[in-house]
Write a protein that binds this ligand. Structure first.
Ligand code: ATP
Length: 239
């Protein structure tokens, strides 16, 4: 049984069909990379998975349960953690407090257990030196780290990552990839939307390409990247 299965999910905003009958499934432990041009509907797809937006048609199944009508906080409690493209920390709270909040309210932990989780995630993500700083004062790199850390603090089984490598230097992107490889090795299932293709290819087992809200291609990374239609649409290459 897949951990996540989307069955013909669709979403429109007014006359604009942003998600057009997309079906996909993700197996436990797998990392699925999502690619597509700007505005293709990638973040919207995440919103439909996490419950931040509701589907107009179709079904979302998680661990065999129909979660289509479940609100986001209950999907989080069932093990879906996500990061946002624009980091969403509580800016006036410290980094540590942000992580305790994620572990308590997203992960359903007691405050005592949440403290331990926060310390462990600070260590894991290299944020320990920033622990007592207000989240709103962090640099871009550390805000991105915190976005990942907050999702990890909820104890996810499925981690949804929305463009966390964008804007990082080559060295920083390399560190991020190593971190994601460790998370993957710990058994966490991931779906990663990313324009930094070489970073994505270092972690993804499979790729799914979206264009105008529809599936354009899906398969092994090497095959998808060599697909002439993907090269034409996504990489602007005439073949
Ligand atoms: N809440 C909304 N109301 C109206 N239109 C929306 C809403 N959310 C997304 N859209 C539109 O849906 C389309 C897809 O947006 P989405 O953010 O899902 O694309 P994306 O593939 O993630 O793009 P990017 O790579 O630039 O982040 C865009 O045209 C966007 O303007």
């Amino acid at each position: 049984m897949p951990l996540l299965a989307l069955h013909s999910v669709s979403k429109s905003y007014g006359a604009l069909k942003v998600t057009d009958s997309i079906s996909l499934s993700v197996q436990k432990g797998e990392t699925l990379g999502i690619l597509g041009p700007n505005g293709a509907g990638k973040t919207t797809l995440f919103n439909l998975i996490s419950g931040d937006a509701s589907v107009n048609a179709g079904r979302v199944e998680y661990n065999g349960e129909d979660v289509t009508a479940l609100p986001p906080h209950l999907r989080c409690r069932r093990g879906m953690g996500r990061s946002y493209q624009v980091p969403q920390p509580f800016g006036n709270m410290s980094v540590f407090e942000n992580l305790v909040t994620a572990a308590c309210f997203g992960g359903g932990q007691t405050e005592r257990a949440a403290w331990d989780t926060a310390v462990q995630v600070l260590d894991q993500t290299g944020l320990m030196p920033q622990a007592n700083k207000p989240a709103g004062s962090l640099t871009l790199l550390n805000r991105k780290r915190l976005e990942l850390a907050r999702a990890l603090a909820t104890g996810p089984q499925l981690l949804l990552l929305d463009e966390i490598a964008g804007g990082l230097t080559e060295h920083e992107a390399h560190e991020l990839v190593e971190e994601l490889q460790r998370i993957k090795a710990s058994g966490v299932t991931m779906i990663w939307i990313e324009h930094v293709v070489h970073a994505l290819l270092s972690v993804a087992d499979r790729l799914f390409v979206i264009n105008f809200g529809q599936k354009l291609a899906e398969g092994k990374p090497h095959d998808v990247m060599n697909d002439p239609e993907v090269q034409r649409v996504y990489m602007g290459m005439e073949v």
